[in-house]
Ligand binder design. Structure first.
Ligand SMILES: [Zn+2]
Ligand SMILES: [Zn+2]
Length: 136
């Protein structure tokens, strides 16, 4: 099976996933807006063992306690997201979360929801029929 790849804007960091994303969704939270410099972030996940960096290195920052964001140190593209602690009883370490738009073919991600719409910018109008959640 052909491996699915993605990477940052400049190409310094490349990653590979062994399966198409098992879940994807749009996050409108204020932290994602600021970290990505966009109105919302589209995240996707695969099992942790199915995600591998194959070129370069992901730089991590933790500006919200317990939330680690990974990016390319050369071009700044946000690549990954990890909650280090249990969030609402969920252990996040089993999954690898990454920015869906950094896939070489982002169309393989199929977002299923909008989360944190309580932070949604008023000039974003949602008309895709996906379920929305005020928070997570
Ligand atoms: Zn880069
Ligand atoms: Zn978010």
């Amino acid at each position: 099976m052909k491996k699915i790849q993605g990477g940052c804007y400049c190409g310094a960091v490349r990653y590979q996933i062994a399966t198409p994303p098992v879940w994807s969704g749009h996050c409108h939270c204020r932290s994602c807006q600021m970290a990505l410099g966009g109105a919302f972030a589209t995240w996707a996940k695969v099992a942790a063992e199915d995600f591998a960096v194959i070129k370069g290195e992901i730089q991590h920052i933790e500006k919200t306690s317990g939330i680690r964001r990974g990016f390319c140190r050369d071009c700044g593209t946000t690549l990954t997201y990890a909650a280090l602690n249990e969030v609402e009883g969920q252990d996040w370490s089993a999954d690898a979360w990454f920015s869906a738009v950094t896939l070489d073919d982002p169309s393989i991600a199929q977002p299923k929801a909008h989360i944190f719409v309580s932070h949604q910018q008023p000039w974003i109008k949602l008309d895709d029929g996906l379920p929305t959640f005020p928070e997570f």
